[in-house]
Ligand binder design. Structure first.
Ligand SMILES: Cc1cc2nc3c(=O)[nH]c(=O)nc-3n(C[C@H](O)[C@H](O)[C@H](O)COP(=O)(O)O)c2cc1C
Length: 175
């Protein structure tokens, strides 16, 4: 199975995750460069698209799209990518390192809404979605307050325990 990893990351968590997946699967990585993405445009629902990626999508059996969830929505660079290359995808998997945990995935800002949005856009082309919530890096003594969650930056030191286990199951599923 030829995989291509494509990611967008604002503060580095999804970059870290995408690079980990790339080395676990021996797959190439592409970064999405949005045209004019910033928080204000995002909140105003403006989307100026993305720059073309280097590789040919239809050379790959599967694209693994990696990126954050913000405001409970599929963020513009990810949405632009899906729409732009829709006819080239064979199979697509979405993986997110997000703030919302499993228990709140269907609440207002939960990642479950983004999974549903992708299901609607991609239909049968969407193989599955997986979340690696940043709260999985916090120990039981550290309260998963929204402040603590927003501050988590994945690195080799905190990528252990529950988050590493979920990552390993994901890799096994993708192999
Ligand atoms: C402005 C902003 C809005 C966010 N909104 C959500 C949200 O609605 N749901 C969620 O699960 N996480 C949310 N998050 C948390 C991010 O998804 C999380 O911090 C993620 O790991 C950031 O990825 P990055 O470091 O690759 O940019 C938000 C983060 C920011 C900065």
């Amino acid at each position: 199975m030829k995989n291509l990893i494509v990611y967008f990351s604002k503060s580095g968590n999804n970059k870290f995750l995408a690079e980990k997946l790339a080395s676990a699967l021996g797959a190439p990585v592409e970064v999405l460069y949005p045209k004019g993405f910033n928080m204000l445009f995002f909140l105003m629902n403006l989307n100026f698209g993305i720059k073309p990626i280097q590789r040919k999508i239809n050379d790959f059996d599967r694209v693994i799209l990696v990126g954050p969830v913000m405001m409970g929505r599929l963020i513009p660079p990810l949405k632009s990518f899906v729409n732009k290359y829709m006819s080239d995808f064979k199979q697509i998997v979405f993986v997110t390192c997000c703030g919302s945990g499993d228990e709140v995935k269907m609440e207002k800002f939960g990642h479950g809404h983004v999974f549903n949005q992708l299901q609607t856009l991609l239909g049968d082309k969407l193989e599955f979605c997986e979340a690696l919530p940043v709260g999985l890096t916090l120990s039981p003594e550290q309260k998963p307050t929204s402040d603590a969650i927003m501050k988590v930056r994945l690195d080799e030191a905190n990528f252990s325990g529950a988050i590493a286990q979920r990552f390993d199951s994901l890799v096994a599923r993708l192999k």
